[in-house]
Design a protein around this ligand. Structure first.
Ligand SMILES: [Zn+2]
Ligand SMILES: [Zn+2]
Length: 430
């Protein structure tokens, strides 16, 4: 904080900031104000989920929550007597102490440069803006825990487990009322970074979606967990944030076909239709393209670094998934990838060639099948929060289409794949 600013507190411990030059006071820490205003630099990202993820990642770093993990968060709440009492309230001083504890524990565990008090001020400010914008000094525990869990580091599945623990009642199920509160609170986070148009309107629909198979007014924790794993539209920015962060320092030994970045750093996108067409995340996010590549082409996203051999593996995974969806189960190691075939010594070379050929044909078929699938029936609305081509890889083969000829083509391709699958099984056995 610059010299012209100083921090003060109201009688109930809520911080505010005084500018001694202009003699004005404000609730917001000047550094948080500038951080929030710089989030608009992400507005050129076309896809809502990635735009939101990029903004949250930026905030996470400003708040230094990228180094505070979920275990530390839980411990800090526990140490201050808030491991339960999720439906109770606390004041700003209690919340500050918990936050401060969290950063302090992180600092002594090896983050020696962490500025504990400054980070605490910023995080408290962010949480109050989210959940006590009127500065009443009466802060509900549950949303604060949710907000911190979203912005801290940790695995996405641990976060999902934590959410379900927070929402469950004494009998271990999640009431509809809690689910509604959860969606409402989480939506505040995206609203606050200017994404209310993208994710702010789906609270009621999300609750309905989650309770679809529920018999009464509660669902099991497991059903809730499964629902989260299905990456529902209103929360898709959260797993996206995790992929985006995990890929941040990844180097891919390919060149971006548009801006020529080499190696590609961050997320990498490979077109499954064009030969040798890769994009870096910036070019993909801003929908930059070149002559032959179309925005409608299916793209494979690489979160982790990959070499050419792994490319093949990733591609065969797509093929396998496509096939296994048709059968409603995952096929385990049924199709060996190309390099597996060449590496194994105990197989006759004839077999390898036959398998390789079948495999390549399977890949081609699967790709054509995917191309047919990704043509949407007319009049179907698509959200722009995720790119259509990436999203479409989650569609099942069984989706009905309105176009008779496409249906025919798909049937033919499915039959062909069936046939090839049998051939492959035969090769596998022989
Ligand atoms: Zn690029
Ligand atoms: Zn392409």
């Amino acid at each position: 904080m610059e010299n012209k600013w100083s921090k003060s507190e109201t009688c109930n411990g809520i911080p505010y900031y005084i500018n001694h030059y202009s003699e004005v006071t404000q609730w917001d820490h000047p550094d948080l104000v500038s951080a929030v205003s710089s989030l608009s630099t992400m507005d050129n990202i076309h896809f809502g989920a990635y735009r939101t993820a990029a903004k949250l990642r930026m905030l996470q770093k400003v708040l230094h929550m990228d180094v505070v993990n979920l275990i530390t968060v839980r411990m800090a709440f526990e140490l201050h007597g808030y491991s339960h009492h999720n439906d109770s309230v606390m004041d700003a001083v209690q919340l500050y102490n918990i936050i401060n504890e969290m950063y302090h524990m992180t600092k002594v565990r090896g983050r020696s440069t962490l500025r504990v008090n400054r980070s605490s001020d910023l995080l408290l400010n962010w949480l109050l803006n989210l959940f006590d914008i009127q500065r009443t000094g009466c802060i509900r525990v549950l949303p604060v825990k949710l907000g911190i869990a979203v912005i801290c580091s940790g695995s996405i599945t641990d976060k999902y487990r934590y959410f379900q623990d927070l929402l469950a009642n004494k009998t271990g199920s999640i009431p509809r009322k809690m689910m509604t509160e959860f969606m409402h609170d989480v939506t505040q986070i995206t609203n606050m970074i200017g994404e209310s148009e993208t994710f702010g309107k789906g609270v009621a629909a999300s609750v309905e979606d989650c309770f679809q198979s529920a018999l009464g007014q509660t669902i099991t924790q497991d059903d809730f967990h499964q629902w989260l794993l299905s990456e529902p539209q209103t929360l898709v920015w959260l797993p996206t944030l995790h992929r985006f962060s995990a890929a941040e320092t990844m180097k891919h030994e390919v060149k971006c076909s548009v801006c020529k970045m080499h190696p590609v750093i961050g997320l990498r996108y490979q077109c499954l239709k064009c030969f040798n067409f890769d994009l870096c995340q910036n070019c993909f996010f801003t929908r930059r393209s070149s002559k032959h590549h179309k925005q409608s082409h299916p793209m494979q996203e690489y979160c982790l670094s990959s070499k050419s051999k792994e490319d093949v593996r990733a591609f065969t995974k797509t093929v396998r998934n496509n096939l296994s969806k048709k059968h409603g189960r995952r096929i385990k190691k049924k199709y060996r990838s190309i390099e597996d075939g060449y590496d194994s010594d105990d197989r006759a070379s004839d077999n390898q060639d036959a398998e390789l050929e079948t495999h390549v044909r399977l890949s081609q078929m699967s790709e054509r099948l995917k191309a047919v699938e990704t043509q949407q029936p007319p009049g179907l609305n698509r959200s722009d929060s995720l790119p259509p081509s990436i999203k479409s890889t989650r569609q099942s083969i069984g989706t009905a289409t309105t176009d008779e000829s496409r249906y025919q083509e798909r049937r033919e391709l499915e039959d062909l794949i069936d046939q090839l699958e049998k051939e492959n099984e035969y090769v596998d056995k022989s």
